[in-house]
Design a protein around this ligand. Sequence first.
Ligand code: C2O
Length: 553
Amino acid sequence: AAIVEHVLHVKDVVVTPLCKEQMIPIVNGSLPGPTINVREGDTLVVHVINKSTYNVTIHWHGVFQLKSVWMDGANMITQCPIQPSNNFTYQFDITGQEGTLLWHAHVVNLRATIHGALIIRPRSGRPYPFPKPYKEVPLIFQQWWDTDVRLLELRPAPVSDAYLINGLAGDSYPCSKNRMFNLKVVQGKTYLLRIINAALNTHLFFKIANHNVTVVAVDAVYTTPYLTDVMILTPGQTIDAILTADQPIGTYYMAIIPYFSAIGVPASPDTKPTRGLIVYEGATSSSSPTKPWMPPANDIPTAHRFSSNITSLVGGPHWTPVPRHVDEKMFITMGLGLDPCPSNAKCVGPLDQRLAGSLNNRTFMIPERISMQEAYFYNITGVYTDDFPDQPPLKFDFTKFEQHPTNSDMEMMFPERKTSVKTIRFNSTVEIVLQNTGILTPESHPMHLHGFNFYVLGYGFGNYDPIRDARKLNLFNPQMHNTVGVPPGGWVVLRFIANNPGIWLFHCHMDAHLPLGIMMAFIVQNGPTRETSLPSPPSNLPQCTRDPTIYDS
Ligand code: C2O
C-alpha cells in the first residue's frame, strides 16, 4: 500500500462551456477537476488550498472513511468549511472497496463546479474480476448553468442550460459544436468506462449507438456482469462498464439525456441529449456518426428495469453476505411538502407556502454555529436532538395511503423543522424501508448514505407491503450502493451494518432537495475498544468562525 498525495487548488476561474464567459470556483483550473487514482489499501492525502471567494469542503462520495469520520467533508456535519485563503489536509485510508467514485464540494451547491473522479484499482498483483481492459476511460456527466452558481439556490432551481460530458457540451449546442468528447477506439479492443453522474439535480440515461456494454460495478461494488444497451445513473451514482469495440469501423454517438420521473409533471425544457463520439481507428472523418435511440424523458419502466436488474458479484472481491438478523428497523417516508412562508422570504409555492422536503415529516436544518461531529465529540448540547423517529408520526394514518399519483396524506403537509439524528449501537444491522410520497408529486429521490454501502434488498412501486413485499426481498445477491433511486411513488428496502463510529449523513442527492431538508443523520456509537472508538479531531480542523459575507449557507 502506498501514500498517494494530491494538491487541490480551489480558485475562481473564467470558463466558457457555452458561448458566455462564466467565473466559477473550480479545482486546478479544470472542469471537471483532476482524476484521483489510488489502489485499495492506499492512504490518500489531499491538501485543499482555498484561493476562491467561497467557503468549501471536499466530500469523498462513497468512501467508507473507516475510523476517519473527520475526513468526510460534509459542511457543518463533520467539519466547518475551509474559508477563503485557508487550507486543510484530508487524510484517510481506502479499504475494502474498488471501482469508481467521485469527490465533490459539500457546501451548498458548489459541487456543481467542484468535482472529479476518484478511481480505486485493486491492490497491486490483484486482478479485476473481469478480463483486463485495453484502456480505462473516465466519463463524467455534469449539469451546466450559464450563470453565477450563487443564483442556483433560488427556488425552484432554474432550468439548466446544458449537460456536459467531461466538461464538453458537444454538438447539440451551436456554441460548442466543435468541442465534443471524443473517444478513439481500436476495433476488437475493450474499454472500461468509469461513469460518474456529477449532475446536480438530474438522473441521466446513457447510451452508445449500436453498442451494448457490460456493467461490472456500481458505486464501487462489483456486480454480476450485466449486458445492457442503456444505463441510468442518479446524481451521485457511478457505474463501471466494459465497452467492446465490436462494430464495423465508423463513428458512433454516445449520448446522455435527463430522466424526469415526476408523475404528471411535464419534463423541464432542458432535455436535449448531450453527445460525445466514439471514433474507430481507420474511420473516414466524413462519415456522419450513427445516433442512438434515446428513451423518452419519463421512461420509468426502462429506468426501473435497469436499476432493479443489477445484482452483486457473489464471492467477488470485498463481497460479504447479507446479515440475516436485523437490530434496528426503520420505516421512513420521504417527499416534498409545503411549509409556511417565513415573513422575510419570497415564496413561490401555492397558498403562500414554500416547498419543504422531509423524512418522516422532519425537515432537516443544517447547524450554523458548530459542526455536529464536534458537538457530539465535545458533548456540546443544543446543536441537534437525538429524536429522529423510526416511523412516520403516529397521527399519520398509513392505511389512508393510496397508490399513484401522490400516495400521501394531508398530515404530511407541514413538516417539523429540526436537526434530528438517530443514534445506533456500534455494529448493529439497520434495515430501512424508504417510502416515496409527495404532496405535489412523487419523483425518484436518490438517497445517499455517507460512510457505508447498503444492500438494496428490493425495489417496488406503490406502498410497501410488509407481508407481500417482504417475502420477495433478495437476501442472496442484492446490489450494493451508497446512493439509491427510490422509485417515484414507490419504495426500496435497504440494510447496512453500522460498523463505523461517527456522524453520517443520509440525504437526497438531488442538490435542490438539500436546502429543502430531505436529510437526516445517524450517530453510530463507539464500539467496545479504542480501535472501534471515535478518533480525535485533526489539529488543523477548520475553525467555526462564521463570516456572513461568504457564500455557504
Ligand atoms: Cu455526494 Cu452528502 O454527498
